[in-house]
Design a protein around this ligand. Structure first.
Ligand SMILES: Cc1cc2nc3c(=O)[nH]c(=O)nc-3n(C[C@H](O)[C@H](O)[C@H](O)COP(=O)(O)OP(=O)(O)OC[C@H]3O[C@@H](n4cnc5c(N)ncnc54)[C@H](O)[C@@H]3O)c2cc1C
Length: 438
């Protein structure tokens, strides 16, 4: 079967890998000059490259670890104990060990105990559907108390959802707590996280090399302009250089982008797709020749900070270099998306220098701003339907994206598992199209 995959991010490349491995004839069409999407990289010259956005692999990301091993990358996968903390009132409070938790200054002792009990109960909670109808604020105030909500959760929610968290379901924080707590070790509560020495991009490259070696094709700088559908079937894919024909096409792209590519689709389907909202992201990355904080992650509780967290890692290949990410999530109408890179640099560095006055002495070696309009789908308590399923109303046309992994977080692990599922669906329908579609 000739299968076209639109999008060369992790979802598209993993799908192409699984389908090629199963013997299908696959072509990936990626609009950028390099593969990777959110897992892409930035090159600063002289061989210095960094991941565009920070990416961690947790010890229990088993599918990702297995795939890395199959690609011969096990020696590139490094696991370290990491330090985490909060910046509250311009002061760093560590949150790496049980002792840090028990002496956490921004909260009274009673609130710390209540928060501790909440963490244990959240880990045991299994009925996410009940949480999905509950506004996150109500759940957090009930579980951890008003003080903890105001001092910790509220600032985190404000920044994560760019202010609009009133209708966000409790499911988000529950899923996040479950992922982060799963890596805390008993009895000291320390976190262990992993990363690929050359970034997730090395996994994408290895998958692409493997599928090309099996006869698959990867075409970069090919932007799909339209997916033509008619009479309930996929017809053709239109690019800047002509029309392509496939037996099946999987659009491994965000739902709003997909909706724009199928103007000829049924209005009800387009209306259903238009209900899916996404958060965007602005994320400057700096390369420094000295450490900034020594923490892997610092979450900021200051509502006036232009960024929500500081993520820092030593450069895995350049000894003495440190990479620092300063992300800010943005709602679709956020003005920051239109602000120039220079103005972002000034606003971000000026705030960072208040927190780390030593930063004022020397400029970063490199500073680059990345922006993505569609990084994460967001659902509300009122959404009875979540993501559009992989099966579209058009035979031969499929959609695969992170919206479909809900209630899980849209991590690389969840993406690889979803790519496996969609590759099975596409192959299964080839074998029994009528039965599966009816
Ligand atoms: C800041 C940040 C931190 C993250 N941290 C982690 C982490 O620590 N651990 C973890 O497991 N996961 C993490 N993730 C999640 C992970 O990056 C995503 O789940 C994953 O990258 C999603 O991949 P994707 O292929 O679905 O989407 P994308 O990476 O967005 O890929 C879509 C691709 O489609 C291409 N495309 C779009 N339109 C067209 C068109 N018309 N024609 C051709 N090509 C097109 C785009 O150029 C892009 O390459 C993080 C994400 C972000 C943003």
């Amino acid at each position: 079967m000739r299968i076209g995959i639109i999008g060369g991010g992790l979802m598209g490349i993993a799908l192409a890998y699984f389908l090629t491995e199963a013997g299908e004839q696959v072509t990936v069409l990626e609009q950028s000059a390099e593969l990777g999407g959110l897992n892409g990289r930035l090159a600063f010259g002289e061989g210095l490259a960094v991941a565009r956005y920070q990416h961690a692999i947790l010890p229990n990301d088993e599918t990702t670890r297995r795939l890395c091993a199959r690609m011969g990358l096990e020696n590139e996968l490094v696991f370290d104990d990491v330090k985490t903390g909060f910046v509250h009132d311009n002061r760093i409070y560590p949150m790496s060990t049980l002792q840090d938790f028990l002496s956490f200054g921004p909260l009274s002792f009673g609130s710390r105990l209540q928060l501790g009990s909440m963490l244990v109960r959240a880990r045991r909670h299994r009925d996410w559907q009940a949480l999905d109808r509950l506004p996150v604020k109500n759940w957090l105030v009930k579980m951890s108390g008003q003080e903890t909500f105001e001092r910790i959760w509220q600032p985190l929610l404000e920044t994560k959802f760019d202010g609009a968290y009133e209708t966000i379901p409790a499911t988000y924080v529950w899923a996040w707590l479950n992922r982060m707590l799963a890596v805390r070790r008993i009895p000291n509560f320390k976190s262990r996280v992993g990363y690929l020495r050359r970034g997730h991009y090395s996994l994408i490259q290895a998958l692409a090399d493997d599928l090309i070696a099996r006869g698959g094709r990867v075409e970069t700088q090919v932007r799909v302009r339209e997916i033509i559908v008619a009479d309930g079937h996929l017809q053709q894919v239109r690019t800047h250089s002509g029309r392509l024909e496939f037996d099946a096409v999987v659009a491994a792209i965000a739902t709003p982008v997909f909706a724009r590519l199928i103007p000829g689709a049924d209005k009800t389907y387009l209306e259903r797709l238009s209900r899916e909202k996404y958060l965007g992201l602005i994320c400057p990355v700096m390369v420094l020749d000295r450490p900034l904080s020594g923490y892997w992650t610092l979450n900021l509780t200051d509502p006036n900070s232009p960024f929500s967290s500081i993520i820092e890692t030593p450069h895995p290949e350049y000894n003495g270099y440190y990479i620092v990410y300063l992300p800010r999530y943005t709602a679709p109408d956020n003005d920051w998306m239109g602000v120039s890179d220079d103005d972002i640099r000034e606003a971000w560095l000026s705030h960072l220098r208040q927190l780390f006055p030593q930063m004022a002495l020397k400029d970063p070696l490199h500073f680059s701003v990345s922006r993505s309009r569609y990084v994460e789908p967001v659902y509300s308590i009122h959404d009875t339907e979540k993501a559009a399923p992989a099966q579209t109303p058009y035979q031969g046309l499929y959609l695969a994206n992170t919206g479909q992994v809900y209630p899980q977080l849209p991590t690389s692990e969840a993406v690889i598992v979803q790519a496996q599922r969609v590759s099975r669906l596409v192959r299964q329908q080839r074998l029994t199209p009528a039965a599966v579609l009816s």
